[in-house]
Design a protein around this ligand. Structure first.
Ligand SMILES: [Zn+2]
Ligand SMILES: [Zn+2]
Length: 428
C-alpha cells in the first residue's frame, strides 16, 4: 500500500511516496498548543510529561490519541496526495426509482462541479444507491473519494454495499482497529479516521451526519476540510438535518427526498397518553404487547433512560417468553441483536441504540416517555418501521406523560414528507 495524502508518524513504510513536509506533532503557536494531526486547539486536551528520550517536558494531544500519539518533541510527516483513474465500473442489480434517479443526477452534478450538497432523505429512501453514479464519475476522473459516517456500524454496512457494487475498485475500510490496505483512492471510514489525511480527498460523502454528537460538529467540519483537496465536493446525507447543518447550504443545494424506495408513505406516530411506572404493572401496555404477539408482530420498546428501562423490564419479563432488553453498555448487545435478526425475540426493550441500522419485517415500535425524546430521535425511531417492501407499514406508538413540541415537530415533519412525496407522484 501507499500512504498518499496521509499524516505519518515515521517513514518506515514509505517507499516511493513524496514527503511534503515535516512538522512537530504538537506546536506552540500564539501562546497556544495546536495539534498538527487533528488540528485540535482545545488546551484542556493537551497533556504534559517529562520525556526520557529528549530529557525535557513534552506535550501530547489527547483528542487524537487513538490514531497514535503525537507530541511536541517528535515530528510527523505529511505525504503528498496522488490521483489514479479507474473505469469507475459498478453493478446495480435493480432499477433506481424516479426519486433516486433525480437525486443521483444532482449528486453527479455537484461532484462534477466540486460543489456541496445536502440530501435530506427519509429513512428507507435508498440513499446509498443514489451516490453510486457520482462515485463512478469521480473515480473516472481520478478523484480520491471518501465515504464517512460517525458510526462504525454504518461504516461497515456501507462498505459491504459499495464493495459489492464496485467490485473492481480497491476500497479501503477504516475504523478504530481496522487499517487501510490500499492507496486511499477510495475510502470508507469513520469521520475520526479521516484525521489521518491532509489535502487528499476530492469527494467526501458524509452519511448519517445527524448521528454525530452535536458538540462535535465543529470538529467534524474541520476534519473534513483538512482531509479535503483545495477543490472538492462534500455531499451530506441525512434523515434529520438540524438547523446548523441546513444553514450551511443554499436552499437550492438542499435536496428533499420524501419517498421511500417501496413508494409507501412513512408511518405517522400516534400519541397515546400512558404513564409507565417503575413500580406498577400497566395493563394497557401489557395488553398491547400481548396483542402484538398474537398478531405475529415484533415490538421495539424505546426508553430514554437505562435504569428506568431495567426497572420496568423487571415487571414485564415474567409475562413473556421471548422478551429481552438491550442498551449501549450491554456487553451482550451484539448477541441480542443477532437473536433479533434470527427471529428469536418478540419484544425488545431498548435505549436509542436500535434507532438506526436494524431492518426487520413485521415490526412496530412503542416509545415510552416520548416526551423525553428529541424530534430527530422520534423520526429515526419511526423510520425503523415498514422498511420492507413486503411489509411497508406498521405502528409507531408514542406513550407520553404530556405532548411536547418535539413530538409535534416530529409528527409534522413526517406528515410533510408524506405530502411532498404524494405531490411529486412518488407514492403508490
Ligand atoms: Zn490531535
Ligand atoms: Zn521526547
Amino acid at each position: 500500500m501507499k500512504y498518499y495524502g496521509r499524516i505519518c508518524h515515521n517513514l518506515e513504510s514509505i517507499t516511493t511516496e513524496k514527503i511534503l513536509k515535516k512538522i512537530p506533532g504538537v506546536m506552540f503557536q500564539n501562546r497556544k498548543y495546536v495539534c498538527n494531526q487533528c488540528t485540535n486547539k482545545d488546551q484542556s486536551l493537551f497533556m504534559k510529561y517529562y520525556c526520557h528520550h529528549c530529557h525535557k517536558m513534552t506535550v501530547y494531544c489527547r483528542y487524537c490519541i487513538n490514531l497514535g500519539k503525537v507530541q511536541s518533541c517528535k515530528d510527523i510527516y505529511v505525504i503528498e496526495s496522488h490521483h489514479e483513474r479507474t473505469k469507475g465500473f459498478y453493478n446495480l442489480t435493480f432499477e433506481l426509482s424516479e426519486q433516486q434517479l433525480m437525486a443521483s443526477s444532482k449528486v453527479c452534478d455537484a461532484i462534477i462541479q466540486y460543489k456541496n450538497l445536502l440530501l435530506y432523505a427519509v429513512t428507507g429512501a435508498g440513499k446509498t444507491e443514489m451516490i453510486f453514479e457520482g462515485i463512478s464519475k469521480a473515480r473516472q476522473r481520478g478523484d480520491n473519494v471518501a465515504i464517512v459516517s460517525p458510526r462504525v456500524d454504518v461504516v461497515k454496512e456501507v462498505y459491504l454495499r459499495l464493495k459489492e457494487a464496485f467490485e473492481d475498485e480497491d476500497i479501503d475500510l477504516m475504523y478504530e482497529g481496522q487499517f487501510a490496505e490500499f492507496n486511499s483512492t477510495f475510502v470508507v471510514s469513520t469521520v475520526h479516521q479521516l484525521m489521518r489525511y491532509e489535502n487528499h480527498f476530492d469527494v467526501v460523502i458524509v452519511d448519517e451526519v445527524d448521528a454525530f454528537p452535536l458538540e462535535m460538529d465543529n470538529q467534524l467540519m474541520t476534519t473534513i476540510r483538512k482531509a479535503s483537496s483545495k477543490q472538492s465536493s462534500h455531499i451530506y446525507l441525512t434523515a434529520t438535518p438540524n438547523q446548523a447543518l441546513r444553514s450551511l447550504f443554499k436552499t437550492s443545494d438542499i435536496i428533499q427526498l420524501p419517498a421511500r424506495y417501496h413508494k409507501h408513505p412513512l408511518p405517522v406516530p400516534v400519541f397515546i397518553y400512558n404513564k409507565i411506572k417503575e413500580t406498577k404493572l400497566n395493563h394497557k401496555f401489557l395488553k398491547t404487547l400481548k396483542l402484538q404477539i398474537e398478531q405475529g408482530r415484533k415490538t421495539f420498546v424505546f426508553f430514554h433512560d437505562i435504569e428506568y428501562m431495567k426497572t420496568v423490564y423487571a415487571i414485564y419479563k415474567y409475562h413473556f417468553a421471548r422478551i429481552e432488553f438491550v442498551s449501549s453498555i450491554d456487553e451482550l448487545r451484539h448477541e441480542k441483536v443477532k437473536l433479533l435478526r434470527e427471529n428469536k425475540i418478540d419484544i425488545i426493550f431498548t435505549t436509542t441504540i436500535l434507532e438506526r441500522g436494524i431492518t426487520l419485517s413485521n415490526l412496530d415500535v412503542i416509545i415510552v416517555r416520548s416526551d423525553m425524546f428529541t424530534s430527530s430521535a422520534i423520526i429515526q425511531i419511526a423510520g425503523r418501521v415498514g422498511r420492507k417492501v413486503k411489509q411497508p407499514d406498521g405502528k409507531v406508538m408514542c406513550y407520553h406523560n404530556g405532548i411536547t413540541k418535539n413530538m409535534i415537530r416530529a409528527k409534522h415533519e413526517i406528515i410533510q414528507m408524506n405530502n411532498l412525496a404524494k405531490q411529486k407522484g412518488w407514492l403508490i
